[in-house]
Design a protein around this ligand. Structure first.
Ligand SMILES: *Cc1c(COP(=O)(O)O)cnc(C)c1O
Length: 426
């Protein structure tokens, strides 16, 4: 257990002892702003900017030759990025690629691995996952002629915050063909025991995959140990790969050779791709799940974002993330509980991701008051302010100042002048 105090000197000391404190200088952190929303959109790094400008300049210089004539082999860029991303989750380089967006990657994985029979035709999801995943699963089930009301089985939460692993396992009945769950829940930050759930699913012959949107770049997953069938994620949250960045896809190597559900020429063997043959020949790696041409400019931002990770380790990032969120929870308990705030995420390190779910009955108005004071948080209905002190660019002093601002807001009732209506983009 870390020994924290509420004194400002504690924050200063933690910053001084932070082994990755210098990474902050590589990001565009705005003076006077406390950025706590890296779980929605990570900040831009100078490395990402540089890589995007390089691709732009290569495009100017080479025209169509950018794909094959530039110093970087952009024709194989998705494999290069896949290899570098694979290190973040301890997967094999060939098991990871970048393509489309998270939602389409859910479609792709369900289309690939969901082969319903009259006995086994259900897809198991949870009640709390981000809705886009659920919309995609429901539409795939409909395409196969089933009614989502029947074929999409939903594990309920007992308290509206967490999903109990035991309830998921109990729901793994003989009619379940496939499971899709988040690694970290977007509202409560709960981290599921992916290795245990995969073992239980496989023992029952069920395909299982995870959505890493809220964990990639923050949690040091070990995919060699987890051994799930597939995973999907976006690269624009903790990873800072840029707004709307092309997404990530992991396919367990045991499935190489399986025909992808959605096929396109970019998934073809590279040697024969430009023969433009009528029959599709999938490449023998995760790249087979590619469809159309990849957006180079978006990939460049990811290349830059990954450079920051390559100057440290996922272990060091996870360690700081756990420590800085512990510090935030400590300050919430000590300084904010008396104003009606509470912590809505799990407390155990093994069960939580990179953000703190701060709960308050007046959360929506307090969130507005925070924004007026230069903090960038986000609000999730009905009562959660998500605060993500991202390890790469947030300091312990940021967290200390944030809590000081919250105390002010409550003492001076600054939130009372805001409405409790939510904006269009929350
Ligand atoms: C952020 C997020 C998404 C977003 O999907 P896009 O296709 O990138 O818009 C999907 N699922 C989860 C769990 C998310 O957290």
């Amino acid at each position: 257990m870390d020994a924290f105090t509420t004194a400002p000197a504690c924050a200063a000391m933690l910053d001084k002892q932070d082994p990755i404190a210098l990474l902050r200088d590589r990001y565009y952190v705005k003076e006077g702003q406390i950025y706590m929303d890296g779980n929605s959109l990570g900040l831009c790094s100078k490395d990402a900017e540089e890589a995007v400008l390089r691709v732009l300049s290569d495009w100017k210089e080479y025209g169509i030759g950018v794909w094959s004539g530039a110093p970087t082999n952009y024709f194989l860029y998705q494999d290069i990025l896949g290899e570098r991303l694979s290190r973040l989750i301890n997967a094999d380089p060939e098991e990871v690629t970048v393509c489309t967006n998270t939602t389409i990657n859910v479609h792709q994985c369900v289309a690939t691995f969901y082969h319903p029979t009259s006995e086994r035709y259900k897809i198991l999801i949870d009640e709390l996952n981000f809705p886009s995943d659920r919309y995609a699963v429901a539409s795939q089930v409909r395409l196969k002629g089933y009614d989502p009301e029947d074929a999409v089985k939903v594990v309920k939460s007992r308290d509206g915050r967490m999903i109990e692993e035991a309830d998921v396992v109990a729901a793994m009945t003989e009619d379940v063909a496939m499971i899709l769950l988040p690694a970290v829940l977007y509202r409560s930050a709960q981290l599921l025991d992916m290795q245990y759930l995969t073992k239980e699913a496989h023992a029952r012959g069920i395909i299982i995959g995870f959505d890493l949107c809220h964990s990639i770049g923050a949690v040091d997953h070990d995919f060699k140990a987890i051994n799930c069938d597939f995973a999907i994620w976006c690269n624009y949250k903790y990873l800072s790969g840029g707004p709307g960045a092309i997404a990530g896809l992991y396919i367990n190597r045991k499935h190489f050779g399986v025909m992808p559900g959605l096929t396109g020429w970019q998934g073809n063997k590279k040697e024969t791709q430009f023969d433009l043959l009528p029959d599709f020949e999938p490449v023998n790696n995760a790249g087979a799940w590619q469809t159309g041409t990849q957006p180079l400019l978006s990939m460049a931002a990811i290349e830059g974002a990954l450079k920051v990770y390559e100057s440290t380790t996922m272990g060091a990032i996870r360690e700081k993330s756990l420590k800085i969120t512990s510090y935030l929870m400590y300050l919430i308990d000590e300084c904010l509980a008396k104003y009606g705030f509470s912590v809505g995420n799990p407390r155990e390190d093994s069960r939580r991701g990179g953000h703190v779910a701060l709960e308050h009955d007046d959360a929506i108005r307090i969130n507005e008051a925070l924004k007026a004071r230069g903090v960038v948080p986000d609000f999730r209905a009905p009562n959660v302010i998500r605060l993500a002190p991202v390890a790469q660019y947030c300091s312990y002093t940021d967290v200390y100042n944030l809590v000081g601002i919250l105390v002010d807001i409550m003492e001076n009732k600054e939130y009372e002048k805001y409405s409790s209506k939510r904006g269009t983009v929350a």
